[in-house]
Ligand binder design. Structure first.
Ligand code: AMP
Length: 502
């Protein structure tokens, strides 16, 4: 049997290939037939370049249906898709090209000058452009190719994609994902979230990340469901398009921004059956406000580039706020303390996972890969968490964010949760900064609610009443916004830098 992920999608395309697969927010329609033929043309173009087996196709473009078609063409032709965040600048792209040695680079027309210069210096021979308005040399060259393409035969372990980790701590590493990794997770999510005939996905996430590229697109493709494509998130556009969608997926920031719209209410969500959140922690306050305002309980799930999705709150059954739910079928998740000792319910430890979704290792980093796997094949996620008595997992933070002050461990999430519940606090981040006596000093950074004025001493006094003294921040700083990357993750490395000498 062909393990090629595209072959799996194609086997589930609807019988009526003239039905709509993608509709853009401007109203352009792409049928399933269009997707098949356009990806066939690009796959033929890639094959005509006589690339080596498993060649990497690096892509840094704005979101568009053609960007998704390019992804499908790449895996169809048996090459390895390497998406890059469209915000990356020259120095970052130079690192990725140097590290991944792609055979082909596809960039936005406006970036062709500097991208091609970097690519040619690094011996990437083919550079194409692709705009978000169907412009660029990729489509021009593909237009003369036949649109029939026999999807190549792939073995389950063949690579389909390399996703560079977002690198909020340290240098980005390339997570190698196989056809079997991606197929297993796509099948699991389609079943777990009860994808059904007639579903329509409002797709507002970027295509360079696991969330938008895999979690959102894969389930819709597997289900033969239409996607309404927004090139970027915009709360007003979501309000306009939501009445035509049944499924919406977002990072927590999307939900915060939707709630900031006075007209966002139950009526605006009347057609939707499922809201999914992930990529960063969903605040309890957002979860509760969303429920109050719309009647919908957001389903929070947890995963990462290296593993795709690991846990999810149940579709039927209780969706528990502040938790990322239960391990998905076929995925083993354990929380361990020192020397791989299994933690009891309620106890905090390192999260380790094993399953058909777990990646093949870091690109050209065999030693780093070996370090991150246990002897019995579990991947060390670098996340810290705890199971409750009913098996729901909560994420407490990244192990690298753990603060060690005077020899005591402080998990930032514990203090952030207390701070977030205080009157006038919109959100908070707790970090460790270098300290002569304690090694690290616990430091709080707070964003106040509009109109609220808070004092550092009052907050410290309140904290002292509810947590052990060593966990109480030595200093509290107030900021207008927390720095976040495009996937909504708070960039604590930037905060640590900003407040290290404060
Ligand atoms: P990425 O590889 O960019 O998707 O980042 C993965 C990381 O995002 C995970 O290791 C977690 O630290 C974090 N993450 C993903 N989903 C959640 C969630 N629902 N709650 C808290 N953290 C999350």
């Amino acid at each position: 049997m062909n393990a090629n992920l595209y072959a799996l999608f194609a086997s589930r395309f609807p019988d009526d290939r003239s039905a709509c697969c993608i509709e853009t927010s401007a109203g352009t329609l792409y049928s399933w037939d269009d997707i098949e033929r356009a990806s066939g043309r690009i796959a033929n173009l890639l094959c005509s370049l006589q690339l080596p087996p498993a060649a990497r196709i690096a892509v840094q473009v704005e979101k568009s249906p053609e960007a998704l078609i390019l992804y499908l063409a790449t895996i169809r032709a048996g090459y390895v898709y390497l998406p890059l965040n469209s915000a990356y600048r020259a120095a970052e792209i130079d690192y990725f090209i140097g590290n991944a040695e792609p055979a082909v680079m596809v960039c936005s027309p406006e970036n062709f000058g500097w991208t091609s210069q970097l690519a040619f210096q690094r011996r990437t021979d083919h550079v194409f452009t692709l705009g978000d308005d169907r412009t660029g040399s990729l489509l021009a060259r593909a237009a003369t190719q036949p649109d029939h393409f026999e999807t190549v035969q792939s073995a389950p372990g063949d690579l389909a994609a390399i996703l560079y980790t977002s690198g909020t701590t340290g240098r980005s590493k390339g997570a190698m994902l196989s056809h079997a990794n991606l197929s297993s997770n796509a099948n699991t999510l389609q079943r777990a979230w009860h994808w059904q005939p007639g579903d329509v996905l409002l797709h507002a996430l970027p295509l360079f990340h696991v969330h938008g590229l895999f979690v959102a697109s894969h389930a819709a493709l597997l289900n033969g469901s239409k996607m309404i494509f927004m090139n970027r998130f915009d709360a007003h556009e979501v309000l306009r398009l939501l009445p035509r969608a049944t499924v919406f997926m977002g990072v927590p920031t999307f939900y915060v921004r939707l709630l900031a719209e006075a007209s966002f209410d139950a009526a605006a969500c009347r057609a939707v059956r499922l809201f999914v959140s992930g990529s960063a922690p969903l605040l309890r306050d957002t979860f509760d406000s969303f429920h109050e305002r719309t009647g919908h309980v957001i389903l929070e799930r947890y995963g990462m580039s290296e593993t795709t999705m690991l846990t999810s709150n149940p579709y039927t059954g209780e969706r528990r706020g502040g938790t990322v739910g239960l391990p998905l079928p076929e995925v083993q998740v354990r929380v361990v303390g020192e020397k791989e000792r299994r933690c009891a319910a309620g106890e905090i430890g390192a999260i380790e996972v094993r399953g058909p979704n777990v990646f093949q290792g870091y690109w050209q980093m065999p030693e780093k890969t070996a370090e991150e796997f246990t002897d019995d094949g579990f991947f060390r996620t670098g996340d810290v968490g705890r199971f409750d008595a009913d098996g729901y997992l909560s994420i407490v933070g990244r192990s690298k964010d753990l603060i060690i002050t005077g020899g005591y461990n402080v998990y930032p999430k514990e203090i952030e949760t207390v701070l977030d519940e205080m009157d006038g606090v919109l959100e908070s981040a707790v970090i460790g900064v270098p300290h002569a006596d304690f090694g690290e000093a616990v430091t709080g950074v707070i964003v106040c609610k509009a109109g609220a004025t808070l004092s550092e001493t009052a907050i410290i006094t309140q904290l002292k009443a509810c947590v052990a003294n060593f966990k109480v921040p030595k200093r509290i700083y107030f900021v207008d916004d927390l720095p976040r990357n495009t996937m909504g993750k708070v960039q604590k490395n930037l905060l640590r830098e900003q407040f290290k000498n404060a």
